[in-house]
Design a protein around this ligand. Structure first.
Ligand SMILES: CC(C)(COP(=O)(O)OP(=O)(O)OC[C@H]1O[C@@H](n2cnc3c(N)ncnc32)[C@H](O)[C@@H]1OP(=O)(O)O)[C@@H](O)C(=O)NCCC(=O)NCCS
Length: 144
């Protein structure tokens, strides 16, 4: 895998994003839902591209906050998640956001570790938030 570039998601990416969104803990977006998000002016939707889509990040901008809707990579542990996270933070700052908010399953230890490494702070918990009965851990990532 060569170093991917981060760019806005385009309509021709939607098939690859839909396939990637079926990963456990990703949000299982349909192709149409992805396409709708890419059209929204209040979304930040980025892909890591090295000739193929290696990951994506999707967030909604609302009242000075950026709510993370999904982040997923094709291959774990290659730094693609971190690259996408940095690009999201930069884009959210550019939209005037003060923080990124997110929720992550209590069962998703890998993503929790990842967000802690990004210096996101735990700010709450929603009991039984997910369909499998697991709690959501709420985290905030301040944008300087
Ligand atoms: C969470 C996710 C986006 C991380 O992306 P990634 O490209 O693997 O992340 P990076 O390679 O940039 O960094 C991975 C970090 O996790 C750590 N890590 C690796 N294996 C791990 C494991 N089994 N458990 C916990 N942390 C682990 C790495 O050590 C690295 O941290 P480091 O800075 O201490 O080295 C990716 O695992 C993913 O797509 N998961 C499935 C979808 C998902 O859970 N999305 C989040 C929804 S809230």
């Amino acid at each position: 895998m060569s170093v991917p570039v981060v760019r806005p998601a385009r309509s021709f990416d939607m098939g690859e994003i839909e396939a990637l969104a079926r990963r456990p803990f990703a949000a299982a977006w349909s192709r149409q839902a992805c396409a709708d998000e890419a059209e929204r002016t209040d979304s930040i939707f980025l892909v890591a591209d090295d000739g193929a889509v290696r990951g994506y990040v999707l967030a909604r901008v609302f009242e000075g906050e950026s709510q993370l809707l999904d982040l997923a990579v094709v291959e774990d542990g290659r730094g693609v998640g971190r690259t996408l996270w940095s690009a999201l933070a930069q884009a959210a700052r550019g939209r005037g956001c003060r923080k990124i908010t997110l929720e992550v399953s209590e069962k998703n230890s890998r993503a929790q570790h990842f967000y802690r490494r990004a210096v996101a702070k735990v700010v709450g918990r929603r009991p039984k938030f997910y369909n499998d009965g697991s709690d959501a851990i709420l985290m905030d990532f301040p944008l300087a």
